[in-house]
Design a protein around this ligand. Structure first.
Ligand SMILES: *Cc1c(COP(=O)(O)O)cnc(C)c1O
Length: 415
């Protein structure tokens, strides 16, 4: 916008009053980041260093991240979508082949297949939770000889049945890329190993998101992890224009070298040091954040369990509670799920729905000729689910208010 085309006063007024509304009203937002002095100071330090793009702060973030989850490599990227793209790209999957995933996810998970002339092959979720059903994966592979990969998604932070999925992967020699956008940190102890094993480290690669609403955030950002040196190298190269070395290396060798080589038509997916500085501080707090979300989930579970108009989310020991998804049992109520949502909004509670399944989205529906009933479990969960606020800065008073509101709405419209 040029100097002369300043926005009209009325427009400015509107913007200012809208932002004041957000700050002053008692409305409880659906999601909020948890940022403090530490993040502010870390960002200022990077700004004052004059090195603001990818550099040694990002390298440190990668080191700390891989140390935390026990992966050999961690590659910082500017979104999880970029990370999924890089991971798929690194395997050179057969053109026009099919990548198995569930329709119960965000579009990123499936859209990346299209970047590479691959196709999503949806299979339904489990009856009892929101994650992909391994039995249906096996069936899909039997029925479609042209499957080349599997992308399980740990919905809400609930670990997929990774043992079953990895058995299928090994048996069929098909790589697994975990969409762990919701699943940091999620770890389980497995009998065959001494250590805790983290979501994102079961498959050939795992991808995390640091989008504003996720369990830790850098504004926008993501991380790909793998133990495979070859694909790690490929992803690092493709992250920055297909150039076979990092910016830091390029400008900071002893001889201050200017030479570089482009090995492939790569992408612009690198994460800035400004973002990584926030990430390092968020990483330190990740376990405390998880404890706080788990406590909220416990309070919700305890309060809702005696009401038959609510179905609680699946509970597991390792769950990191990125989302708290309840299901509304409409048969018991005089109101629909959508009306339930409206009543929560009227009470000043921000809620959401996870997810509108991909098979009913115009693009996927039309491109692959899909019907709503093709994935009945995903459809049923979509039609009955509501995601309630769950984040570290949600205080007890607000939690209680949300609980009381849900119970009141349900009880008032009970039939
Ligand atoms: C948020 C999200 C992504 C994408 O993350 P970005 O960092 O925004 O690209 C991918 N998969 C799932 C399941 C998500 O919820």
């Amino acid at each position: 916008m040029s100097q002369n085309s300043k926005p009209k006063k009325s427009f400015l007024k509107k913007v200012i009053s809208a932002s004041q509304n957000i700050q002053n009203s008692n409305f409880i937002p659906f999601a909020l980041p948890s940022l403090g002095k530490e993040e502010e100071e870390a960002v200022i330090k990077v700004l004052r260093s004059n090195w603001i793009t990818t550099g040694n702060v990002t390298e440190n973030f990668e080191k700390e991240f891989s140390k935390k989850i026990g992966s050999k490599y961690a590659i910082a990227v500017n979104s999880a979508t970029a990370g999924l793209h890089l991971a798929l790209d690194s395997f050179n999957l057969k053109k026009e082949s099919f990548v198995i995933t569930s329709p119960y996810t965000f579009t990123s998970t499936a859209e990346v297949t299209r970047y590479l002339n691959l196709h999503p092959l949806f299979v339904d979720i489990n009856e009892e939770d929101y994650n992909i059903d391994p039995l249906l994966i096996e069936k899909a592979i039997k029925n479609n000889k042209n499957t080349s990969a599997i992308i399980p998604v740990h919905i809400a932070g609930d670990l997929c049945k990774m043992k079953e999925i990895m058995d299928i992967s090994n048996k069929n020699n098909i790589p697994v890329f975990e969409d762990a956008a919701h699943a940091f940190p999620v770890c389980e102890k497995f009998p065959e190993s001494e250590n805790m094993k983290f979501a994102g480290t079961f498959g050939d690669a795992g991808v995390f998101s640091f989008y504003a609403t996720k369990t830790i955030t850098t504004g926008e950002g993501g991380m790909v992890v793998t133990d495979n040196e070859k694909i790690a190298h490929h992803m690092k190269m493709m992250r920055l224009h297909g150039i076979d070395r990092d910016v830091w290396d390029r400008y900071n060798t002893e001889e201050n070298k200017w030479y570089y080589e482009v090995k492939a038509p790569g992408f612009k997916y690198n994460l800035t040091d400004i973002a990584s500085a926030i990430g390092i501080e968020q990483l330190k707090k990740a376990d405390i954040f998880k404890q706080k979300r788990t406590k909220i989930a416990d309070l919700y579970n305890k309060a809702f369990k005696e009401y038959d108009f609510i179905t609680l989310p699946p509970v597991s020991e390792s769950h990191c509670w990125h989302l708290y998804i309840v299901r509304i049992n409409s048969a018991k109520l005089k109101i629909s799920r959508d009306e339930f949502i409206q009543k929560l909004l009227d009470k000043g509670i921000g809620v959401s729905v996870h997810f509108i399944p991909l098979h009913i989205m115009p693009y996927y529906k039309n491109a692959y000729d899909l019907k709503p009933d093709d994935f009945p479990r995903a459809l049923e969960k979509y039609l009955t689910s509501i995601s309630l606020p769950i984040y570290p800065t949600l205080d007890e008073e607000k939690i209680e208010y949300i609980i009381d509101s849900v119970i009141e709405i349900g009880s008032d419209s009970y039939q």
